[in-house]
Design a protein around this ligand. Sequence first.
Ligand SMILES: [Ca+2]
Ligand SMILES: [Ca+2]
Length: 274
Amino acid sequence: MLKKWIVIAALGTGAVYGEGAYVPILDMETNSLLGAVQGTSLYKSMDSYEKLKSSAMTQTYRLYTAHSSSQKEFTLKSMQVSEDEPCSDNIDIESTVKVSYGVALPTGIGWSPQPRPITVQSNENPTYQKILRDLLTQKGVANPVAQIKEMYRTDLDGDGSDEAVIVAEHYAKPVPRNGARFDTDVGDYSFILVRRIVGGKVENIVFEESVHTASREDGGQVPYDLKIVSIADINGDGTMELIVNSSYYEGSFTVAYTIDGSQAKDLLMCGCGL
Ligand SMILES: [Ca+2]
Ligand SMILES: [Ca+2]
């Protein structure tokens, strides 16, 4: 009886992608094609678009976020090369349900994009606030304000040991999401921190880093507003990638990262901006 049920389930959800098919990966934060996966190899959106554009429109997609287990499903209304001039290398998508967060993959892909639980952590954790303060002091920020914007705990690579994924961000004056602000104050910062234990030793991996230790006139940067779009295995190799969005006053980009050795490595990017 159980066997029969498994067969029916497999027919219902599987057999969508034959060997060699390009599986679309959607970024719902910017409503773009992030790229595609074939086997476990990832391809840029522009390099895979022609190969997947007709089949992509017939798929049902499932949404994966870091903060919710609800896996909303939807289909696509359109997928096309962006007509906006500065974004002509982006593939725009429009879905049947309005979704503006998370990453989506077709149903029936044959692997679980979130094979291990992801738990949302408190932003007020004093141990992690101290870790942030120490890191910022090392980076030259005097009397830093330790501000955790998002924090998750999960075993990214499946080695049995959890990683902490932290979005650290502080702007003395608030930055409206996609809002028009292009000045920072000394002590402002945003970065992503992955903290993990390797061989009994703590390792901090910092990326998407923007730390403002001087005035803008002295070389400071525009404020970047960071957000974890998703934590999900987008290529089916068993390791979950970090999908991060960075928005600023004239653009918004989403990047998929993996941890390679002791550094973050970008795999795919989509979005638009100057
Ligand atoms: Ca791990
Ligand atoms: Ca992966």
